[in-house]
Design a binder for this molecule. Structure first.
Ligand code: MEV
Length: 337
């Protein structure tokens, strides 16, 4: 039995624009997906998803996804438990040169699905790592990140950047611009997450931005402006001492950029009423800045606030189902057992 976990993430800046080659800065957070893999004697794949819903469920199928039985669960859940796991299995089989390898796989995630916290990337990263280790062919982190990106790219019909999967593999704060992925040395930022209990469809949201960008030059300019925000934010982070608490001035400046970033994402049509409500609740509670995180459409916002005010206020906001402080996960993918 091989057990591997990988963290989720929030975007400090740059989601969506990163798909078009602009830079982005996602940060791994201490909420993990854990994948347990046991090789089988046949080529079947059995996926069991625990804690993703109250009940969880299990499906078993031979190597063609067409063999999957019908399961009465919401699509994001089914995709997480089968689509992304299938893609991870394919990558592991290819990497280990074991096309007929079968596995019993169990997914146990603390990251809400489709909510902008990188649940699918964490499942894919942990899944490929666990399966290749179980086959005796562990991958180095760069290859793991690359294969995890290819798995997400396949599931999302060619609409994925390397940001989520690289961040989940490496941990910490990272910078992604096209194929260029690096880790950043940043101070610990006071992230607060608000979750509306919902989810967005990443593929559809990315397609919506693409359509606006294709039709309107000003939408393409908006995507470029998000890139400018990221460059501005990066230079603030580069001047900060990674080993000290961030200054109030730094948090204020980063927060201002987050607010502008949210406005531009909203202009591109990827916010929602509940995300906007949570963003405003955070700002009114005194957060230095707040924005949606991830693909949008529903799910999570991230705010910067060193006090408890934002978390408390979000907990009393009707549109917010859950609020929590998110610590930076300095460790990325990790072998648990
Ligand atoms: C989704 O978490 C982030 C997006 O930028 C898509 C991607 O980068 O693959 C919307």
């Amino acid at each position: 039995m091989t057990v591997v976990s990988a963290p989720g993430k929030v975007y400090l800046f740059g989601e969506h624009a990163v798909v078009y080659g602009e830079p982005a800065v996602p940060c791994a957070i201490e909420r993990r997906a854990t994948v347990t893999v046991e090789p089988r004697d046949d080529s079947h794949v059995r996926v069991e998803a625990q804690d993703l819903t109250l009940d969880g469920f299990a499906v078993e199928y031979a190597d063609s996804p067409d063999d999957r039985p019908d399961v009465d669960v919401p699509k994001p859940l089914l995709d997480a438990a089968t689509g992304y796991v299938d893609a991870a299995v394919e990558q592991a089989r290819e990497a280990a040169d074991a096309p007929d390898a079968g596995f019993d796989i169990s997914v146990d995630s603390e990251i809400p699905l489709g909510a902008g916290l990188g649940s699918s990337a964490a499942v894919v990263v942990a899944g490929i790592d666990a399966a290749t280790r179980a086959l005796g062919e562990p991958l180095d982190r760069r290859e793991l990140a690359d294969r995890a990106y290819r798995a997400e790219y396949d599931v999302q019909d060619g609409q994925a950047s390397r940001a989520d999967t690289f961040c989940s593999t490496m941990g910490g704060a990272v910078r992604v611009e096209g194929d260029d992925c690096t880790r950043l040395d940043t101070p610990e930022l006071p992230f607060v997450v608000g979750f509306d209990g919902g989810a967005g469809d990443t593929g559809q949201l990315v397609a919506g931005v693409r359509s606006l960008r294709d039709r309107y030059e000003f939408a393409a300019d908006t995507v470029e402006a998000i890139g400018d925000i990221v460059r501005e934010g990066e230079s603030l982070l580069a001047d900060a001492d990674p080993d000290s608490d961030p200054s109030a001035e730094l948090i204020g400046e980063l927060g201002e950029l987050m607010d502008i970033n949210h406005g531009l994402l909203s202009a591109l049509g990827v916010s929602s009423r509940s995300l906007d409500t949570m963003v405003w609740a955070a700002r009114e509670a005194g957060a230095d800045g707040a924005k949606l995180t991830g693909a949008g459409g529903g799910g999570c916002i991230v705010a910067l606030d060193a006090t408890d005010e934002t978390e408390t206020s979000l907990q009393y906001t009707t549109d917010c189902e859950q609020a929590f402080r998110a610590e930076l996960a300095t460790e990325g993918v990790r072998l648990e057992e």
